[in-house]
Each structure stands twice: as C-alpha cells, then as structure tokens.
Design a binder for this molecule. Sequence first.
Ligand SMILES: *Cc1c(COP(=O)(O)O)cnc(C)c1O
Length: 410
Amino acid sequence: MKKKYEVDFSTYLKEYPNEEGYFGEYGGAYLPEELVPAFKEITVAYKTICHSAQFINELRRIRREFQGRPTPVYHCERLSRMLGTTQIYLKREDLNHTGAHKLNHCMGEGLLAKFMGKKKLIAETGAGQHGVALATAAAYFGLECDIYMGEVDIAKQAPNVARMKILGANVVPVSHGLKTLKEAVDAAFEAYLREYKDAIYCIGSVVGPHPFPMMVRDFQMVVGIEAREQFLEMTGILPDAVVACVGGGSNAMGLFPAFLNDPVNMYGVEPLGKGPNIGEHAASITYGEKGILHGFESIMLKDEKGEAAPVHSIASGLDYPSTGPEHAFLYDIGRAKYATATDEEAVEAFFKLSRYEGIIPALESSHAVAYAMKLAKENKYGSVLVNLSGRGDKDLEYVIENYGFGEEYK
Ligand SMILES: *Cc1c(COP(=O)(O)O)cnc(C)c1O
C-alpha cells in the first residue's frame, strides 16, 4: 500500500477532489479539445448554483415530496440470526422512487440543467437503468431527453426501453461497432459536442471527466448522511462496517463519505462473475491496473493490447471495465477495502434476502448482501450496514429463467 497522501478525513470532502478533479493520482478530465469548454461550463455552474440556498432547498423538497426520502434503515433480524451474531442492516435505496439509488443524482443533474437554462438532457445507457432514471428526471423538470443506446442493448432491454419512451424520452439507437455501451458513450459525447449550448450531458455514476465523479458523489451523499443518523438513532452506536456494491461506484460513494471520519470499516464489493479470468468478471480494482478510459484516470481492466477488457457480470449495472477514481484513491490510501462476490454468491444472496426478509434485491445489490453475509458468518463484527441500492423486479425474468425459484437456497 502506498502512503503518499496524508489524508485528514475531517476535511476530506473540501480537499478531494482538487481543482483539476484529482483524487490523489486518479480522476482528471481527458477530453477532446472541443469539449473542454462544455465541461468547464458544468464545473463552474456546479460550483456556484449547487451551493446556493435556492438550489439546496429545491433539491431537499424534491427528495422529500417526489423521491420519498428519507428511505428507511432496516434491521434484518431473521437473516442475521440464521447466519450468526453479526447484525445486518440495510439502507433501503430500493424504496427510493423508480426503485434504485440512481434517481438521487439524476434529480440533481436535472435540477442543475434547469438552473443553467438548458432544454435537454443527454446520456448513454447500457442496461437502461440510468436511462430510465434520467428520463424520469427529464419528465419531472419538463426537459427533453435523448438517451443513446446500442442496438444490441435495445433488443435485450425491451422493458427499460419501453419505460423511457413512456416517460417521453427519445431513445436513439447506435448502430456502429459492437452496438453496445461503448459505442453509445461515443455517440452521446458526439451529440453533446453538437448540442452543448442547449443541452447538458448527464453521467450515470461517479465516473467520467471532472466534475462528474465529484458531482455525482455529492448528489448521492444523502444516502450515507441519512443512514448514519438513522443507524445512530436505532442502535446508539455506529456500524462496525459499511458495505456497497461497486460498478462505477456511485451507490458506494453515496454511503462511504458520511463514515470516512469514523472508526468504521468500508467494503466495496466488485463483481467476480464466473471467475478470475479476463472476460469472466468486472472486478476492476481487484484485478486491474492504472489507465485512462472514457475521459478519466482510474484503475481499469485491460486486455493484451492495453485497451478496455471485455467484462461480465450477472448484474448488468456492475458490468464496467473501470471504476470511479475516488474508489481507486480510497483503495490506494487503504481507507476502503475492495472485495468480490461471484454471480453464484449474488444469486444465493438474492434468494436468501427474499426468503428471510421479504425483500427482493437487485442483482447488483445482491453482491453487497452476499459479502455482508460472508462477513456475518465470520462473526467478527457486531453490525454491518449494507446499501441496498435497488429492487429486483427488473431481474425476475432472468433469474427465473436461469435459476428457477431458488428451491436449493431454502
Ligand atoms: C446501476 C446500479 C448499480 C451500479 O452502479 P454504481 O454506480 O456502482 O452504484 C448498483 N445497483 C443498482 C440497483 C443499479 O441500478
């Protein structure tokens, strides 16, 4: 472990990222010349508008009245008892409007667009989760919404495509290359370049060029701030550990910051998919190396040629060959640990949480639950708080087709 940075966690959020968007050596903005002014405009707007009382009050009202925040913290008594003495708690982001944490930053991005006088939101989507959350925000604010999506993904994700269209978004098919997420990112960037006077680009996680890793973190931080207060009120103490799944890393960066300055262990859980060979998983920090992808520097999975490696996870929201630069930094300084859960472990957790607690989790969130269950079996912590990032309705069809109704997990 490198100890190059002496980090004071009581002032951490003021100091990270720095002016150029770096968390230690990760982050930044690696952009084509033409896009520099557009991202600069967002950075300046974020720094002024988002810290105005008017913006903050409006976002608070939206969270309360539209999103249904605060979401509860829930004590999994039956699941905990079955595993041992460690008590597992969930921060119920599955109860956030639209069923996942993603709306937290989409509403922030939409409100920023409104304050900036923009007329349109632009984004890419892979599985369609970010597209649906952003289309929801666009409908709420009365903004146009163009979602770029590979043709292969459009065919695979029919329900989410339908949701976006019902919400009034324009789903733009991308038909070159492999016709999946990477091509959709390129197409969305090109569109933004053409339209940035009237539009704003909205990234779906704590990834991408500065200021997005910071901005999305800041919009998501409400999760940890609420959870810390709720947990203290429920138990009188802090959890011994907090756990969240990590794709791009936004739900984890929602939970972690509130506990950075506390004696609380942090675990980000990456998808180990079918195994440790390249192409079988998407555990970027666990198996990756330093590299630049999609305009930011972080720890990424590379193939023999040094390009982004093919990735796999049963959870399409975790299927990304890099991760947010702040996770790479927290890993480097040793403040957060990064563990893994396989497809199989996630599926087991999916059924266990459903049967023991009456909560069907998203397959993404099931990775975090799986690791919390592993920690609970070790009996070394008194309590573990998991960010249950989303609900599993979207995954039912896939799970039933491949695993039946989980008879073997009784
Ligand atoms: C998209 C998604 C994730 C992964 O995104 P992060 O940015 O890593 O949080 C996790 N859980 C759910 C339910 C999602 O929809």
